[in-house]
Design a binder for this molecule. Structure first.
Ligand code: CP
Ligand code: NVA
Length: 333
């Protein structure tokens, strides 16, 4: 399968792409030995294609899971990752994003970046010759959602028809989750205070692709009979100056606690992208309780990203071979 060059929001994928990523991730999680050269459906994994590939990652913000899971993913695929803190590179001294992208494209097979402003990753992708992966921006967190979909599928055995209740800030994770739910046929009920709704672009995507998204203020209404209850920090990276104000707006109403989760189905799962602020958006009793799948969810970042890197890097190779063939045909005419 040929994927689009970049992954910036999740809107670059269609339902088939998501199904394929999850399928490859499941195979990879089942064991590299089994995945190597194994046929399944239309595709065959050829791990040799990833040998010595280089993935360069730029971080404007801190990260534990994203950074480590991508580094391990590249290593397990036979390539390697180079991690750059933005303060270590010339970007921090005024070199443009475009010039950084052009330079890194000459060394790396793909570039990942975690940025404050989403526009930075758009500019990076536009100027880079190699695939660019958004490792979180203020607006989207697509890689998180691929791991989350893998987790839900593992635990529930399916995705289509499930109801996911989002409680809290309509943030970057919520936006990509709206796209992911739409592509997999999940119903999303979002409970957030007025002024903290998800992005209009994500909602438009859902509307244009027959997604089912409902926005409401009451968390109890959203969580009622849900299969999945998901929350995230009330103060995302970059929003620290709004901390006091946000805690006043969100708490105590939007905290996922025992009383709230009791309204969901008895076999509902609790999800959180992490890091969690225990005692704010979620209580210890919920995150450490029987509904929680947060550690499985964190692990699945690794497996989903391995599948994503496999497909993006092999697609980039195919595009490159195709463009060379076209160029040489042009010359022979
Ligand atoms: N969920 C997530 O992206 O975690 P990190 O900020 O630790 O990478
Ligand atoms: N919404 C959070 C997600 C962290 C992984 C943030 O942007 O800080």
């Amino acid at each position: 399968m040929l994927m689009q060059k970049d992954l910036l929001t999740l809107m670059e994928l269609d339902s088939k792409d998501v199904a394929e990523i999850l399928s490859i991730a499941e195979m990879m999680k089942g064991g590299m030995a089994k995945a190597r050269g194994r046929r399944r459906g239309r595709f065959r994994l050829n791990m040799a294609r990833l040998k010595d590939k280089v993935f360069v990652m730029i971080f404007q913000k801190p990260s534990t899971r994203t950074r480590v899971s991508f580094e391990v993913a590249m290593r397990e695929l036979g390539g390697y990752a180079i991690t750059l803190n933005v303060s270590d590179i010339q970007l921090s001294r005024g070199e443009s994003i475009e010039d950084t992208a052009r330079t890194l494209s000459r060394y790396a097979d793909a570039i990942g970046a975690r940025v404050y402003a989403h526009d930075d990753i758009v500019r990076l992708a536009r100027a880079a010759d190699v695939p660019v992966i958004n490792m979180l921006s203020d607006l989207y967190h697509p890689c998180q959602i691929l791991g989350d979909l893998l987790t839900i599928k593992e635990v529930k055995g399916k995705l289509a028809g499930l109801t996911l209740a989002w409680v809290g800030d309509g943030n970057n994770v919520c936006n990509s989750l709206i796209i992911g739910s739409t592509l997999t046929g999940m119903i999303m009920k979002i409970a957030c205070p007025r002024g903290y709704e998800p992005s209009q672009d994500a909602l438009n995507f859902a509307r244009e692709h027959n997604g089912y998204v409902e926005i409401m203020e009451d968390p109890r209404e959203a969580v009622m009979d849900a299969d999945i209850v998901y929350t995230d920090s009330l103060v995302s990276m970059g929003k620290e100056a709004e901390r006091e104000e946000r805690l006043k707006v969100f708490l105590p109403r939007y905290q996922v606690n025992d009383d709230l989760i009791a309204l969901a189905k008895s076999d509902a799962i609790f999800m959180h992208c992490l890091p969690a602020k225990r005692g704010e958006e979620v209580t210890d009793s919920v995150i450490d309780g029987p509904h929680s799948v947060v550690w499985q969810q964190a692990e699945n970042r690794l497996h989903a990203q391995k599948a994503l890197l496999y497909l993006m890097l092999t697609s980039a190779d195919m595009r490159y071979r195709y463009s060379r063939r076209r160029a040489s045909r042009g010359r022979s005419r």
